[in-house]
Design a protein around this ligand. Structure first.
Ligand code: ZN
Ligand code: ZN
Length: 222
């Protein structure tokens, strides 16, 4: 492969493959998937617990451990995995894409509904063609219909959803978000001992009481 940029810290493996494909002017990421020996619907769960070289490692020259860290299921403590990860569909935050055009790992979790950074609802349909957004698409910011997702309108999430997104983001290793939410609810609050399976089918628990304080703290982190 000619161009092999490094993955971003918060990028998903599928998103990285999409960006590699776009950077190399391939028409679709399926070419790379094929070369790397993945089946399309398995890419997000790319993971074996050994450290053997993979074809993607050989194609990109990037460290195999680093590549694996971009996939859900990379660690046993990754409790988001057991809840559910999107396989073909995905969602995104238009404002995050404006800041940096790469697909975030956080978006691929089915219980992620809200961007903790921009506090807006993630979008899962293209506002122009109304089709579900798939991770495999012409470009990171581009829909199959040609729409640029950075121009998609966003809606503000509810207070409870925003707080929950801070918590989720915290479980993905964003310590500052976890600390901020713990400072509000205190560490022995039952919300921190909940497992995701107990959040019910909507996936969103109502935990908000002191939203304005959290937002104030989060804004100082940006
Ligand atoms: Zn965002
Ligand atoms: Zn579209």
């Amino acid at each position: 492969m000619l161009r092999t940029p490094s993955p971003y810290d918060d990028e998903s493996l599928a998103g990285y493959i999409l960006r590699l494909s776009e950077t190399n002017y391939y028409q679709s990421p399926h070419w790379i998937l094929q070369l790397a020996g993945y089946r399309g619907n398995r890419v997000l769960r790319f993971n074996s617990h050994d450290n053997q070289p993979t074809k993607l490692n050989q194609l990109t020259g990037k460290d195999n451990k680093l590549l694996k860290s971009k996939a859900f299921g990379a660690t046993t403590e990754d409790n988001i995995t057991s809840y559910g990860v999107y396989k073909k569909a995905t969602q995104l935050c238009p404002d995050c894409l404006k800041e940096s055009p790469h697909a975030r790992l956080f978006w691929d979790s089915k219980i992620s509904r809200v961007c903790p950074i921009h506090q807006c609802n993630l979008i899962n349909r293209c506002p122009k063609c109304q089709q579900a957004i798939k991770w495999s698409r012409p470009g990171v910011v581009e829909c199959e219909c040609g729409f640029d997702f950075r121009h998609a309108p966003t809606t503000l999430a509810t207070d409870a959803q925003i707080n929950f997104s801070f918590y989720l983001y915290g479980t993905l290793g964003r310590v500052e978000y976890m600390n901020a939410i713990k400072a509000i609810y205190t560490e022995d609050n039952p919300v921190f001992s909940l497992t995701f399976s107990r959040f019910g089918s909507s996936g969103i628990p109502v935990v908000n009481t002191k939203y304005s304080v959290v937002v104030k703290k989060m804004n100082t982190l940006r």
